[in-house]
Design a binder for this molecule. Structure first.
Ligand code: GDP
Ligand code: IMO
Ligand code: MG
Length: 432
């Protein structure tokens, strides 16, 4: 069977519409796997007018009979997990969908969130370090503990002895930091221990072996879709470091975070908006702080699905998109939010940067250099028609088709799917 295993990644700075594309693809898929990030993600799916926002759970949860996996590469906030599972409508039990959490996924503890906030505040007040504008979900501090080999994993919190030993070590370490570095109150071991055991009791039925689940699904001919969170330009290695998240959002992250060897992937899909947005700090060459940015934010409803923060908006950046094609090995682009561009007076796309008087179409993997990049634009003819009812490529106005074709030609990757609205049905399949 073709395209049995697919990876889907964000090709920009997150919020490209990954959730809605996963939801569309999940119709043909047996297993959906989250492989990195945590509740910093906010993936919106709209079905029959009803809005669902997934932070931790894979966006395939709404289909009956699916297996949804939270892989070892995810950092899992149990409070968020419990509230999201309890809030699911329809409930997974009622539709026969199974949720499996890798026992090796690391647990985001309340002290990770506290340290996230304290570190952000310290950066804001510092003359030497800039704030990142994190989501405050404890993501960075949790990954620090994972790589420092002191983290608490999902499998640990239902084992009182193991949990006690691991938690004691962490509470001692965190209390030194909290009290001595930040002048905060120390953590209460007993309170945290009881809380974690309670989470462990809730989570125990969901803990499983994600490697077995994925392998046996592929062997039985089921399609598997890996759902990326955040985006390529927020990747800890390939993004605009240090203004990034703390995980591997690119397609390569699927292998370690979702447990599958590279040879088993059949297709990599990059999701990109027809323009660009970014939340938090860091360079964004095409950002428009004026009327165009405001117009895109209003028309696109560009407010964070996790924090509610207004997203920074600007024109599509082909330089960044070509970089995403390269570092992910994209086979196909899913272009979302084309409808948001309807009715604009002008339409521009950044095709190169001027940096220090030199023109380049190569995305510099350095925030300091990118910060100095001036976008070079090509102008396109806008269209005024409402395109939200279009269901075939040929129904789009000529100027919209030219815009899409230009993106394809300049990135060298075909556009297989176009979003013309937020709902499941607001989708044009071009050549899927
Ligand atoms: P994700 O994090 O990549 O899953 O994206 P978010 O859910 O954070 O943000 C995407 C936003 O755009 C959500 O509000 C979606 O409902 C909305 N959206 C997705 N695709 C389209 C589209 O094609 N057109 C419009 N108008 N909205 C879309
Ligand atoms: P989805 O999956 C957009 C950004 C934050 C901040 C930086 C680091 O919905 O696309 P973190 O809390 O991860 O340490 O914050 O990354 N960020 C996102 N921006 N969409 C997201 O997720 C994001 N997750 C994190 O705004 O700039
Ligand atoms: Mg989002």
């Amino acid at each position: 069977m073709k395209n049995v295993v697919q990876a889907l990644v964000g090709a920009q700075w997150g919020d490209e519409g990954k959730g809605r594309v996963v939801d569309v693809l999940a119709k043909e898929v047996g297993v959906v796997v989250r492989y990195q990030g945590g509740a910093n993600a906010g993936h919106t799916v709209i079905v029959e007018g009803k809005k669902h926002v997934f932070h931790l759970l894979p966006s395939g949860m709404l289909y009956p009979g699916r297996v949804c996996v939270i892989g070892n590469g995810v950092v899992l906030d149990p409070e968020q997990f419990i509230s999201e599972v309890k809030g699911l409508d329809p409930s997974p039990e009622s539709i026969g969908t199974r949720l499996v959490v890798s026992g090796s996924a690391h647990i985001v503890m309340p002290y990770h969130k506290k340290l996230d906030a304290l570190s952000e505040n310290a950066r804001k007040d510092s003359s030497s370090a800039a704030a990142i504008g994190t989501t405050g979900r404890g993501i960075g501090p949790c990954y620090v503990d994972k790589y420092n080999r002191i983290g608490i994993r999902a499998e640990d919190i239902s084992d009182p002895d193991l949990l006690a030993a691991k938690l004691r070590m962490n509470v001692e370490e965190k209390n030194t930091i909290l009290v001595k570095l930040y002048g905060e109150k120390p953590l209460d071991f007993d309170e945290l221990f009881e809380k974690a055991l309670e989470w462990g009791r809730f989570m125990k039925p969901y803990i499983g072996d994600s490697t077995m689940e994925i392998d046996s699904a592929i062997r039985s001919g089921k399609r598997v879709l890996f759902e990326g969170a955040q985006g390529t330009l927020l990747d800890v290695d390939h993004g605009t470091y240090p203004f990034v998240t703390s995980s591997s959002c690119v397609a390569g992250g699927c292998g370690t975070g979702g447990t599958l060897g590279p040879g088993r992937f059949d297709r990599v899909i990059g999701v990109a908006k027809a323009y660009c947005t970014r939340v938090g700090e860091g360079p964004f060459p095409t950002e428009d702080k004026g009327e165009t940015g405001r117009r895109l934010r209003d028309a696109g409803g560009e407010f964070g699905a996790t924090t509610g923060r207004p997203r920074r908006c600007g024109w599509l950046d082909i330089v960044g998109l070509k970089y995403a094609v390269r570092v992910n090995g994209l086979d196909m682009t899913a272009l979302t939010k084309l409808d948001v561009l309807s009715g604009l007076d002008e339409l521009k796309v950044c095709t190169a940067y001027e940096i220090g008087g030199r023109r380049t179409d190569n995305f510099p993997n350095s925030a300091a250099i990118l910060d100095r990049a001036e976008p070079v634009y090509e102008t396109f003819k806008p269209w005024s028609e409402d395109i939200s009812a279009c269901r075939n490529f040929g129904e789009l106005p000529r100027n919209a088709r030219d815009y899409v074709r230009f993106i394809e030609e300049s990135t060298g990757v075909r556009i297989g799917l176009i979003g013309v609205g937020p709902g499941r049905e607001d989708t044009i399949f071009v050549d899927f």
